[in-house]
Design a protein around this ligand. Sequence first.
Ligand code: ZN
Length: 111
Amino acid sequence: MFKINKKNVVKNFDILNKKIFESKLNFPKEIEIEYMDTELGAYIPFDEDQDHDLLMLTDDWETKDQFVGVLLHEMIHIWQWQQLKNDKCGHDEIFKQFQNKSQQLGFEVEF
Ligand SMILES: [Zn+2]
């Protein structure tokens, strides 16, 4: 079991940002860490009642690698939104390119 807090998230975000995203990502304006039952993480660029981006992560992980892999997954979506202004944030060619780049650098993207 691996528990996280905002400090873990900021620290790992910074590491991945430097290694994989040329430090071009901005940390989301809002972060929520709480138990999620259907998925492990989600990134929501904006919503009907939300004008800023939001990163949601579950609080309870099997391993640290699983957490880092999901954070990385959501960070690719953050790239799609912040850099490309693509609010669909899907698992498209760009997503696959970052997935491959991550693998070459020794990081596994979790789904
Ligand atoms: Zn995704």
